[in-house]
Design a protein around this ligand. Structure first.
Ligand SMILES: Cc1cc2nc3c(=O)[nH]c(=O)nc-3n(C[C@H](O)[C@H](O)[C@H](O)COP(=O)(O)OP(=O)(O)OC[C@H]3O[C@@H](n4cnc5c(N)ncnc54)[C@H](O)[C@@H]3O)c2cc1C
Length: 415
């Protein structure tokens, strides 16, 4: 397997690395050092908009980093997934803001949207940095299982869209929707049939914020768990009427295509995580080389040195594997096979290895590691939040378990 990067990719990697070092990292470092603001009883979308680092975001947008997944004919970079992953890796070292989500959401519109939808929404994303898209899937009784095909009619997801002539009428509510307070467009996943399982009734819709009946519920700013700067909200849909032309893809047939295209997001998340691990590894190694105990640098104490070796193994695995997955994804265009089991295997494995990576790091940083001013603390928080943002490692193993139980499948033993 050859994961070497092209000249063009290497140049982009260098540019983004420099930008992240000079502009993004200092923003997060300053944020870490600021005292936590008092959390008001009620957070509003306006407050969240005021706290967002628009200046930095606008610069990233002007560099084209936030629109790499949009095809050039709609004003974006039209980059391969590997190229996007390299960018997210570099940004992940410093703190990637909301780039991964935007690349994914734009990709969903590109993949499932009509030409008319792309013209209307992707062009806005490409020209207006404040045109942010959020994805609405999770509900109180539909968390991780919204990503699993095996439910009974009516169980789990409740949000429902009823067709009325040339419109759909949508009722329901979503929660934990990342970046919702800034969003101008929601990609909504809901049922269009109450009598069939979710894998036969899931539909997608594009719902602009200004549509009557769309409102935000409680807003959360999980400062510690999301390393600050993250925001989630409930999104309510109350008798929302949207034109049928805003349906994304085929009615009731979106479970499988949606699940497949979310692999795209997961690969980008893995690349961002690899960047985060790189940053922690670099900082931890420097610390272990400089900090003296018993007259010697920490790294020369065997227990510390062995932990650093394990951390390096996790980092290298993360880097190699996201590049493999992104290359596999891109190679589909040339007739290559995409195996989502490879993604599940790796996500489950890496999630647990990363937890161990951070616990090893914490051991090395000692008391300093738990101070919120350290980058270590920020990256660890991000890992804990990310572990559940897109599905727990248990869920990954459950999928592999099902797949292994299938006697017709011998893909791994026949290699
Ligand atoms: C940082 C962050 C960002 C997020 N962003 C978004 C977003 O943009 N849009 C969005 O729609 N949602 C978002 N979410 C929500 C996320 O998708 C859900 O939190 C996730 O699906 C888990 O749902 P839950 O919290 O209800 O937990 P649950 O699904 O209740 O899971 C709790 C535990 O139960 C286990 N479990 C659940 N179901 C089963 C089952 N059937 N069999 C066996 N074990 C099971 C899980 O493995 C887990 O260990 C975000 C969450 C976080 C933390």
């Amino acid at each position: 397997m050859d994961f070497s990067l092209s000249e063009e990719q290497l140049m982009l990697q260098n540019t983004v690395r420099e930008f992240a070092r000079k502009e993004v990292a200092p923003y997060f470092q300053a944020l870490d050092k600021k005292p936590l603001p008092p959390t008001p009883k009620v957070l509003t979308a306006q407050m969240m908009k005021e706290r967002y680092p628009w200046e930095l975001w606008n610069k990233m947008h002007a560099m084209g980093l936030c629109t790499l997944s949009i095809p050039p004919e709609y004003g974006g970079g039209g980059a391969s997934l590997l190229t996007q992953a390299i960018v997210c890796d570099e940004l992940g070292r410093a703190g990637g803001l909301n780039v991964i989500l935007q690349l994914t959401h734009q990709h969903l519109i590109d993949e499932f949207g009509t030409d008319e939808q792309k013209e209307e929404f992707l062009v806005k994303c490409a020209t207006d940095p404040s045109y942010i898209i959020a994805n609405c899937t999770a509900e109180p009784e539909s968390g991780i299982d919204a990503n699993r095909p095996d439910d009974e009619p009516g169980v789990t997801m409740k949000t429902f869209a009823r067709r009325e002539g040339d419109e759909y009428v949508i009722n329901g509510f979503k929660r934990h929707v990342a970046i919702a307070p800034l969003a101008k467009l929601f990609i909504l996943w809901c049922r269009t049939d109450k009598n069939t399982p979710l894998n036969q009734s899931l539909s997608g819709f594009l719902v602009p914020l200004e549509t009557p009946g769309v409102s935000l519920g409680d807003i959360f700013e999980p400062q510690v768990m999301m390393g600050r700067g993250g925001m989630n909200a409930e999104v309510h849909f109350d008798k929302v009427r949207i034109p049928a032309r805003y349906r994304l893809g085929t009615e009731g047939k979106m479970w499988e295509p949606r699940a497949k295209q979310f692999s795209y997001r997961d690969i980008l998340i893995l690349s961002g995580k690899a960047g985060s691990l790189q940053s922690v590894f670099d900082e931890t190694l420097a610390y272990a080389r400089d900090k003296i105990q018993e007259g010697r640098p920490l790294i020369q104490h065997v227990n510390i040195g062995l932990r650093m070796a394990d951390m390096l193994a996790t980092l290298e695995t993360a880097k190699l594997y996201y590049r493999k997955l992104a290359s596999d994804w891109d190679n589909q265009k040339a007739g290559g096979t995409w195996r989502e089991e490879n993604l599940f295997l790796f996500r489950g494995f890496l999630s647990d290895m990363t937890t161990r990576f951070f616990l090893d790091g914490l051991e090395i940083w000692g008391g300093t590691g738990v101070q919120k001013e350290t980058p270590f603390h920020r990256h660890f928080s991000g890992h804990l939040a990310g572990g559940h943002g897109v599905g727990s490692s248990d869920q990954m193993r459950l999928r592999i378990m099902k797949w292994l139980a299938d006697k017709s499948n011998d893909a791994y033993s026949s290699r």
